[in-house]
Design a protein around this ligand. Sequence first.
Ligand SMILES: Cc1cc2nc3c(=O)[nH]c(=O)nc-3n(C[C@H](O)[C@H](O)[C@H](O)COP(=O)(O)OP(=O)(O)OC[C@H]3O[C@@H](n4cnc5c(N)ncnc54)[C@H](O)[C@@H]3O)c2cc1C
Length: 249
Amino acid sequence: MRDVIVIEKNEFGREASWAAGGILAPQVEADAADDFFYLARASRDMYPEFAKALLAGKLRSILNSIAPAPCMWRSLPKRRMNFESRFDWQRSEGLAVEWLTGDEARALEPALAQDVRCALRFADDWQVESRQVVAACLATNEKFGVELIDHCEVSRVQVTDGNVLGVEAANGFIGSPSVVIAAGAWSSILDPVASLRIEPVRGQMLCFKSQPGFARHVIYSSRGYLIPRRDGRLNRWNRPANALALTNK
Ligand SMILES: Cc1cc2nc3c(=O)[nH]c(=O)nc-3n(C[C@H](O)[C@H](O)[C@H](O)COP(=O)(O)OP(=O)(O)OC[C@H]3O[C@@H](n4cnc5c(N)ncnc54)[C@H](O)[C@@H]3O)c2cc1C
């Protein structure tokens, strides 16, 4: 670990990882059990161990912030068909999924509207406070002696005869036989062999002040989702078309 250097062009964790909802929800979002679903599910299932590793030692204060909030998808009548097929394939895969009537859903989430007819509850899909996870990752890196360099842009990865030599950074050349490109939406720009095709996807996140406990689940609908935070913040992610409609209002 002491031979690792992490280089950031601005401040650590202030791009997508700062904006993210932190939802770890392969089941809510999957239409079928394909390879991508199995990858996402395996990743989600590794998260509790990862969180435990982050919580080791002096990072206990983060503990309360990464407790799970399960996910729920509410439905109005015309969406019921999608619900039935999602419920069926997940049941046949042995996944945790519950069918709730509107009243059962409102018993768990009293703020749900009266016209919600049914909901699916995914007890194993959950959510983390991504800003706290970033803080925990940084603290863990510091604890293990990883060198963290911020405000330093990497302009290119230097490769000669197929071998990585290091990176050209704002403060000069940094030599290394291994380079991991973890530049999020910008990763393709740095990829020396152009093997990556990473493209940004636009969404819009709104943040409201609410009462702690207003909602206990991440609540999905066809128009976006609501993410309750323990301190009372309520995030709403909109699909782009609705985001535009909201802006116009
Ligand atoms: C609004 C929104 C909501 C989302 N919600 C969810 C969700 O609920 N669940 C989920 O799983 N995912 C969600 N995502 C996606 C998730 O946030 C990203 O997939 C994840 O944060 C990507 O992490 P990353 O470290 O790859 O990228 P980033 O967090 O963007 O980090 C990349 C870093 O690389 C740095 N960098 C870029 N170029 C260079 C360079 N040349 N030199 C040095 N540093 C450089 C950047 O400054 C940045 O800090 C959401 C994304 C958004 C925008």
